[in-house]
Design a protein around this ligand. Structure first.
Ligand code: NAD
Length: 511
């Protein structure tokens, strides 16, 4: 990294052919730092080094790895404020919000330390009556080299949680951070190297644009975890299909929240204003559309509009949301607002004028047409589209007919669980917002255009290991389905035995 204080155009930050990444301070547009871009050669060398070390990292066993993960956790805890400052500088989010990311990584590490062996360790499974005298068990073995391509909106927490799971499961991992936040990628790997000097290549960072991500895949990964936009996710999955490389895809979202007729409206408005505006709305799980039952619609709109007007935007220490670090997102946010207004919505807070050159202030759109962009496509800004519905059935149907299926929320005093269960999404918080992202024990992921696979929780650990099943003979074979020369009628006897067992369990067939 080199420092230089000259000012550059914001568009200079992105581009696929640049030989150097130039990051800017999103609050001012001033150049922050430069990073060399890794190409095919560097990607091949990183994968080779990771492959070289992956066997001995797995051979350490759970306790050997845990000892080093604990050292990494201590290092991150001690130097966390450095990471906070870098997140603030590269992404622009307030320092207190940046601290949430460091806290999150420490908690993910704790979950992995407490659970990796239980979840991924040897698991005995029952033997089969058909093949007696065989002990059977399952072990979860690492893929080997895992590539992690990350986004800029949660530059530490999002790829970091995946890195934790990948290395805890026994893999070596290579991070390709977003070109908007390359410094965080380098920082997380630097903390690893300080804490785990005997296995430095278990965690590596390759900086660059999309082409570097492509080079990393081409270099021959055993698994890829991608977090980013739907369009890039499809391109990445297509590239991985050429080598049948398994992929975890954490893509975009258009998360809906249902406000039922029995909701505590004050509480709902408080959680929803935060769930839709926090991190400047740059969250795959941001609440972007509120489906509000008509009997409580007007009161809810009044309450949430009042709260949205109070959100503090800026870069000083009182700011609650910061600038937009990705310049190309600004016209998208503006277009979604204008499109909603053209189709008959009104802005009770904000509107097109809320969208500036670097900062976007909160916007609440009311009376939004269900086919407006603000209701169907990811806005990724501090906006909330409110749609009045006849009842919660209509709200559920509208959410379920969307192309995404990541997070969601339901506000209802008595029917929260019943409503939530009918939503075809990966996660739902009841009478709160986004909390499933904070608990490392909760699997996180989507369906539809939001992608597939899971990070976090037991599923997240197993995402980075494959089951290897074992059977071991413990006594003489009675007979075997595959042994030639078995006694005549042996399989007829076995089939009769299984049939008798099934019938003895009772029940009748229809017709
Ligand atoms: P993006 O798709 O533009 O970029 C994501 C990453 O992919 C970057 O590191 C980029 O350099 C890389 N990339 C781009 N083209 C590539 C290619 N052809 N091959 C390989 N890598 C390539 O997304 P973004 O703007 O950085 O991130 C924002 C998006 O991420 C939003 O849609 C958001 O919803 C989503 N997101 C999802 C989650 C989740 O967990 N589901 C979390 C955070 C963000």
């Amino acid at each position: 990294m080199t420092n230089n204080s000259s000012t550059i155009t914001r568009d200079g930050v992105i581009g696929y052919d640049a030989g150097e990444i130039v990051t800017i301070d999103p609050a001012t547009g001033a150049e922050f730092a430069r990073y060399p871009v890794a190409g095919k050669e560097e990607a091949a060398a990183a994968v080779a080094a990771a492959r070289e070390v992956s066997g001995s990292w797995w051979d350490l066993g759970f306790e050997g790895r845990a000892e080093r993960l604990r050292a990494w956790q201590r290092e991150l805890a001690v130097s966390g404020e450095q990471g906070v400052a870098l997140i603030h500088a590269e992404n622009g989010k307030p320092l207190e919000e940046a601290r949430v990311e460091v806290l999150g990584i420490l908690e993910h590490l704790q979950y992995a330390l407490d659970n990796a062996e239980r979840v991924l360790g040897r698991r005995e499974v029952p033997d089969s009556l058909t093949v007696p005298n065989q002990r059977a068990w399952v072990e979860y073995q690492p893929y080997g080299v895992v590539g992690v391509i990350g986004p800029w909106n949660f530059p530490l927490l999002t790829p970091g949680a995946i890195l934790v799971e990948a290395v805890a499961a026994g893999n070596a991992a290579i991070l390709k951070p977003s070109q908007i936040t390359p410094g965080i990628g380098e920082w997380i790997v630097a903390t690893w190297r300080r804490a785990v000097p005997d296995f430095p290549d278990v965690l590596q960072c390759l900086n660059g644009f999309g082409a570097t991500g492509g080079a990393l895949i081409e270099a021959g990964l055993d698994k890829l975890a991608f977090t980013g936009s739907v369009a890039t996710g499809k391109a990445v999955a297509a590239q991985c299909a050429q080598t049948l490389t398994p992929v975890l895809l954490e893509l975009g979202g258009k998360d809906g929240v249902i406000v039922a007729e029995d909701a505590d409206l004050g509480d709902a408005a408080r959680h929803i204003v935060w769930g839709s505006m926090q991190n400047t709305g740059h969250g795959c799980i941001s609440l972007e559309v509120a489906y509000v039952v008509e009997s409580v619609h007007d009161e809810f709109v009044e309450k949430i509009s009042e709260l949205a007007r109070q959100v503090r935007v800026g870069s000083d220490e009182n700011a609650e949301i910061g600038p937009v670090p990705l310049p190309t997102q600004i016209p998208i946010i503006r277009e979604h607002i204008q499109d909603a207004l053209r189709r008959g919505a009104t802005a009770t807070v904000g509107g097109p004028d809320a969208v500036g050159d670097r900062y976007v202030s909160p916007t609440v759109l009311v009376g939004v047409s269900p086919d407006a962009l603000a209701a169907t496509e990811e806005t990724f800004g501090p906006t909330l589209a409110v749609i009045k519905v006849a009842d919660t059935d209509e709200a559920i149907a509208r959410i379920n007919s969307g192309r995404y299926g990541l997070g969601s929320a339901v506000f209802s005093r008595d029917r929260g669980e019943a409503i939530a269960r009918r939503l075809r999404v990966g996660m739902t918080s009841i009478n709160d917002a986004l909390v499933f992202s904070i608990n490392p024990a909760v699997p996180f992921g989507g369906r539809g255009d939001s992608g597939y696979g899971r990070k976090q929780g037991e599923e997240g650990l197993r995402e980075f290991a494959y089951p290897h099943s074992f059977t071991a003979k413990t006594g003489p074979a009675q007979f075997s389905a595959t042994t030639f020369g078995r006694p005549a009628g042996a399989m007829a006897g076995a089939l009769a035995g299984v049939r008798d067992r099934i019938l003895a369990a009772g029940g009748t067939n229809a017709g």
